[in-house]
Design a protein around this ligand. Sequence first.
Ligand code: BTN
Length: 328
Amino acid sequence: MKSSDVALLRALHSSAAHQLPGDLCEALALSQAALGERLEALSAAGFGIERHPTLGVRLVSTPDRLVADDLLARIVPGGLIREIVLLAETDSTNNRAADAGRIGAAAGLVIFAEAQSAGRGRFGRAWASASHRGLWFSLLLRPEFPFSLWPRLTTWTAVALARAIEAQTGCLAQIKWPNDVFLDGRKVAGILIETGVDASGAPFAVVGIGLNVNQTTVDFPEELRSRATSIRKATDHAIDRPALAAAILDELHAQWPLLADSFPQIVSEAERRSVLIGKWVAIKAGEEVSEGFAEGLDSEGLLLLRDGRGEVHAVNAGEATLLTGIEK
Ligand code: BTN
């Protein structure tokens, strides 16, 4: 596809009605011949383009695969997301984004893969990344706020992800502090944030997101079947992955200004969506396990845990387990 396809796809996405070829040519500064050629190429790439003799052209369907130009055409232009790269398969999109970060790529690059051969999660675990069934992607960022505030990226990502999932599905999306999104009491998405520095010493962050979208039970490894879900399993219907991907990128963009300036707003939303708050939980951090009542989040998104003696501790990381669903 050519660079003009982003503009053409944006124009096609912008209206559910037919558009006259002459209007498209004028808006996109394309000749009739060039427009015809680009529409042919889009049809060949699996985009359903209806041509009506008098009404013009209309986009009626899009392929169930991720197309970088199409994703770029669907999101807010000139926002947080600057460039989208689509890989058929890679070991881990976090590796590819970190490679780009190390050689000085600018912030706002997103790398999607339709399949990952070595997707990874927190604590060095493998992340099952069934081919064409989920959204596996990583966003390169170079936040300008102090490094000490970079842990906020986790809460920001979780909230944006939950909001986008909820908007697209109508299902309540919850956050299991700190990194997981839940639907129907099961994990549907995980976040892996890693940092690095480039040759000039400038730091970058890679925000890796793994979202189970259209898997059925058999698409999950057996050991995950009781704990993980997909949006399809939770809603009983297949989901338009490109539309969902674009919604997530737009939500990350929309929440971005709040990160540095109005973080309490993000924290309150994370609290409202929390799986843990109001419950008795165990937090495993390294070899240490602490248990307590999850009171809420502090202003930086740390979990406030009231221990058995009534003392409240702010916990910054760890793996949480619900010990009981009963409020105490
Ligand atoms: C977790 O729940 O432990 C985090 C899972 C993060 C998985 C995503 S998939 C895209 C990106 N690439 C990876 O290798 N991991 C993240």
